[in-house]
Design a binder for this molecule. Structure first.
Ligand code: FA5
Length: 343
């Protein structure tokens, strides 16, 4: 594009050259020379102002176009070669040597998850794994958070450019398991499901907060189920997992998908309070409550006939307390010294 005004033509030349060198291309739109041109407009004779202003706008539009052209190109990634980097048909002694499976070990969180699930299997629960990518309906709508509900902000997580969601909790599975198992109710059996899964949050990190962690959801529905069943189920599980009697407490809380809702905490046994980060007496382990009638209705279950409870707790936090680990971030850190203690 050519510019009539000599000053604008010079600035255009200069900025296009600078754009080539800039790593962050959009920065060019904040260049002081461009701002300087806009600032000159009121100083010009009135007759020249309109033409000068029009040309600066043209220059700005040209630069914006060049920036977006570059962004489009940056997204065109070179294709990845996914074929094995050697001849897979070659004889075994001519193929590169790889580590055998006995050189690795299971991640401690997965070992603990096995023993957690084992306890719930013995209590009559089935297990269904949660998804690592989900949608707005399962993350919010089906859990009684209509569009614009302020509590959506408590689950700040990551989304894809297509609007899919990296789930911030395993409650995304509640509607699915209620639908999947509602036939049990007609047969006179209760719904008892636990749902382990990886969840993601845009979170301020510290010794008990990670951005990527594991939760275990539980869903129980039947006739005459009440909050006493909820507390007894969780206490039984926790005492089995920690192999000791525990003091537990619930305090009122708010979740749109349970009514009433509670926070469930356990008193840390004295031997697990040795780290400074474990100085608090109580550790909040779970959110829980009686499943909201709207959540049952959305899954096609009559809340006048059936009631149920649900909970969602951090698996990392359960394990953290079991082994008096000082920082939750060790789990995802790939620190071999830390991981080897469990193998
Ligand atoms: C929930 O995620 C609800 N979905 C729980 C729930 C399920 C309530 C079913 C009612 C019925 P909350 O945001 O409080 O609630 O998280 C639940 C648990 O996940 C916490 O108690 C804690 O153990 C764990 N947790 C939460 N955030 C983090 C984090 N950043 N790092 C590690 N663990 C976390």
């Amino acid at each position: 594009m050519s510019y009539q005004n000599q000053r604008i033509a010079e600035v255009a030349e200069l900025l296009k050259q600078r754009l080539g060198e800039l790593e962050q291309k959009p920065e060019i739109l904040k260049a002081p020379e461009l701002k300087g041109l806009f600032a000159e407009i009121p100083t010009l004779p009135e007759a020249e102002r309109a033409g000068f202003g029009k040309e600066i706008n043209q220059l700005r539009a040209e630069l914006t176009h060049l920036v977006s052209e570059h962004a489009d190109k940056a997204e065109e990634l070179p294709p990845i070669d996914v074929t094995a980097p050697f001849d897979v048909n070659a004889a075994a002694d001519q193929r590169p040597q790889t580590f055998t499976s006995d050189r690795g070990s299971q991640h401690p969180l997965m070992t603990e998850l096995d023993s957690i699930l084992d306890i719930f299997y013995r209590m009559g629960f089935n297990a269904v794994e949660s998804r690592q990518i989900d949608d707005d309906y399962h993350m919010f709508e089906s859990l009684n958070f209509p569009a614009g509900h302020p509590a959506r902000d408590d689950y700040d997580t990551f989304t894809t450019t297509e609007g899919l969601i990296a789930p911030a909790h395993t409650s995304t599975m509640q509607n699915r398991v209620l639908q999947q198992y509602k036939a049990n109710l007609e047969k006179g059996e209760d719904i008892r499901v636990v749902i382990p899964g990886r969840v993601y949050r845009n979170e301020d990190l510290d010794v008990t907060h990670e951005h990527t962690f594991y939760q275990l959801e539980g869903v129980y529905v039947g006739k005459g189920i009440h909050a006493g069943h909820l507390i007894a189920t969780l206490k039984t599980f926790l005492e089995e997992y920690y192999q000791q009697d525990l003091k537990v407490k619930t305090q009122p809380f708010y979740f749109p998908f349970t009514e009433p809702s509670f926070e469930f905490a356990i008193e840390r046994p004295a031997e697990l309070r040795r780290n400074a980060s474990h100085a608090d007496e109580w550790l909040e382990l779970l959110g829980c409550g009686m499943i909201h009638p709207n959540v049952l209705k959305m899954a096609g279950i009559d809340p006048n006939e059936y009631t149920g409870f649900a909970w969602g707790g951090g698996i990392d936090r359960l394990v953290l307390m079991k082994y008096a680990i000082e920082d939750i971030r060790h789990f995802e850190s790939a620190k071999l010294d830390f991981l080897r203690q469990f193998s």
